[in-house]
Design a protein. Structure first.
Length: 208
């Protein structure tokens, strides 16, 4: 009986390890902001019409978001559905600002009538997962250069939003990587609100 139990444990271990082998699959990550609570100056921001324009993919490596390295060998790849992070990040920014009380024009609509036009460039958006004995290490980075053009006076402000995060999980699930990316991206968007103010229907930096 003891020998059978040990044999069974060995088989279970082999099955688990085999399940940790990478097959080269692409793991889609749903990117969306995580918004809780309300913004105290929502009424002031609602008085300003904001258009989220194009977001360019300026990463040096534009294929996918990153790699999961499996313990038993092989890799899997992270990406966004459709493989276009530019549109995904632009939509996530639109959703975040809308949830925070901004009056944001619908994506793809004309910028006519907007007080502020936001455009940007993705400098970094990546997630890596490395399986080790007993846990998987997940890391993510984001870097987004934003430009806000004020229609009233033609002035422009520029910001670079940086974010990074890491987590160790015992039993890895793709949702762990997805949650970490969304947390980091949401924090980055939050810096846009923290470091700007509305003045005469224009967006200004809180500090020069």
């Amino acid at each position: 009986m003891k020998r059978r139990r040990m044999s069974l444990m060995c088989w279970v271990s082999l099955i688990v390890l085999a399940g940790c082998a990478g097959t080269g699959e692409v793991i889609p990550l749903q990117i969306h902001p995580i918004v809780t609570g309300s913004e105290g100056v929502a009424k002031q921001r609602a008085a300003v019409r904001v258009a989220v324009g194009s977001v360019e993919d300026g990463r040096s490596h534009k294929t996918g978001l990153g790699v999961r390295t499996h313990l038993w060998g092989g890799v899997s790849y992270f990406d966004v559905p459709g493989g276009n992070p530019s549109d995904v990040v632009a939509q996530a920014l639109t959703d975040y600002l809308t949830a925070k009380g901004w009056q944001v024009t619908k994506r793809g609509a004309s910028d006519a009538g907007a007080d502020v036009v936001l455009t940007g460039k993705i400098l970094d958006l990546s997630v890596q997962a490395k399986s080790r004995v007993g846990f998987t290490e997940v890391t993510t980075k984001s870097k987004l250069a934003l430009q806000a053009q004020n229609v009233a006076d033609g002035s422009t402000i520029r910001m670079t939003l940086n974010g990074n995060g890491d987590d160790d999980v015992f039993w890895f699930d793709p949702e762990d990587a997805q949650a970490l990316v969304n947390d980091v991206l949401t924090d980055s968007f939050g810096k846009l609100l923290q470091d700007t103010r509305i003045e005469n229907k224009s967006l200004r930096l809180t500090s020069p």
